[in-house]
Design a protein around this ligand. Structure first.
Ligand SMILES: [Zn+2]
Length: 211
């Protein structure tokens, strides 16, 4: 079976246009390695194109994508923790100054859980187990009032992932030393807008323009 034609054609367009026009930058990245400005933990959802959302160049963002943009708690028990491994590498090796949890609207993972679909997922599967990370989410009443159930769950999932990030000792230390900041964002697919989790209020609000 061949690769889909659209991917092959897209790749040759990339080589001809983007890579050819920015050869210097790609060579620099190849020779000097990566020094991303931030780590972004986003959903696998094909509609959440992280680099496009931030208009970010290659090398700018260290991106981890998983079902429903979740971070498990710190669990050094020797299992296969892909997300925790990526977080560890970004924070301890690359020393990124920012880790962003990027939720999004119409999230299939969060909403499957919200609608109780998880209970119907086979026990031996991976998704049901993964979505138990959403157990005991703390919904905020004012979110439900202002945005409805769906977004309130998506917001709560972002808050929960930030709380779990704070359970990693190496994150606690770098945050305490002022070397790392954690951020929660929510992307609206329909409008393209980002809401930002405010540290002071714990509420999601429109992302202010850069000053
Ligand atoms: Zn999603």
């Amino acid at each position: 079976m061949q690769l889909p034609k659209t991917l092959v054609e897209g790749h040759f367009r990339f080589r001809r246009d983007e890579h050819a026009q920015n050869r210097g930058r790609y060579l620099q990245l190849a020779e000097l390695g990566q020094a991303p400005a931030a780590m972004v933990i986003a959903c696998c959802d094909a509609r959440v194109d992280v680099s496009a959302i931030f208009d970010a160049e290659p090398g700018a963002l260290f991106i981890m994508r998983n079902v429903a943009n979740l971070v498990p708690p710190y669990e050094p028990e020797g299992k296969y923790h892909g997300t925790s491994a990526a977080v560890e590498y970004a924070v301890t090796a690359l020393k990124v100054p920012h880790v962003i949890v990027l939720g999004h609207s119409h999230c299939g993972g969060v909403n499957a859980y919200r609608r109780g679909v998880r209970d119907k997922v086979p026990e031996q599967g991976f998704i049901g187990r993964w979505l138990t990370l959403l157990d005991n989410l703390k919904l905020v009443e004012s979110d439900i009032f202002a945005y409805g159930d769906e977004l309130a769950f998506e917001f709560a999932a972002v808050r929960s992932s930030i709380a779990n990030l704070n359970s990693f000792p190496f994150i606690q230390k770098r945050v305490k030393d002022g070397l790392l900041a954690l951020h929660g964002l929510h992307f609206d697919l329909a409008t393209g807008e980002l809401l930002c989790l405010e540290e002071e209020t714990g509420r999601f609000a429109t992302l202010p323009a850069a000053s």
